[in-house]
Ligand binder design. Sequence first.
Ligand code: ZN
Length: 272
Amino acid sequence: MPELPEVEVTRLSFADRIKGAYIQNIWTGKPLRWPLGCKNEELTGLIIKCVSRRGKYLLIELDPAMLILHLGMSGSLRFEDLSTPATQKLHDHFVLQTNLGVLTLNDPRRFGAVVFAADSNAPMVDKLLGKLGVEPLTEEFSAEHLYRSLKSRKLSIKQALLGGQIVVGVGNIYASEALFLAKIRPTRSSSTITKAQSLRLHRAIRETLSRAIEVGGSTLQNFTNAKGESGYFQLESFVYGRGGQPCKICSASIRLIVQGQRSTFYCRRCQN
Ligand SMILES: [Zn+2]
């Protein structure tokens, strides 16, 4: 499933190239998770001001409306500018043709969506974006915020992070990696976190996500950005996907357990 770094990498791979384009035509294929919410032709002629991101949602900002785009479980975007002829592929379900190129959402499992919002007060804006936690790479996400939020929760620390109400974008892979770097066991009760640990965890979350964005993201083995380039993060993970293999720091065997129906990887020697 594409996580925040993949979504950000996708954004960076086409945002500059589509900025300022005007929409010429929209084509929609099979139904996605949510309906578009407007007639295709209502989008014709609108200008794309910029592409921003909130959590795992890409926001194609029009004037004054917005398209909210989610990649779901298996979605990927590709942007073909005027130098390459636009292609058509199986599982293309949303095509946005502009004067600067064609943006296509390909989504085999169709849990992704593109939703139109007439303005920031539209009900779907609140439904999709209203309850999201703070952005991990902004100043709003402070070590103090993390400490207070974890302290007030009774579930395991990993599940508190995955919930998304404290901070967005710390999905399964990144939670496992950040907890390893912070030397905190994922099963530990969130409320028992110390100030020193939350400082380490805060730094680790930022480092893990920034690093993943830097190398191009790669939650999915077949993840590609909108230029068709793939990422490499998984190749260098410390614990994620390495159950039974030796810890890169202490050589103990990496444990694989199931927490809230998700795989969790940790080193019982390095993390407590
Ligand atoms: Zn270890």
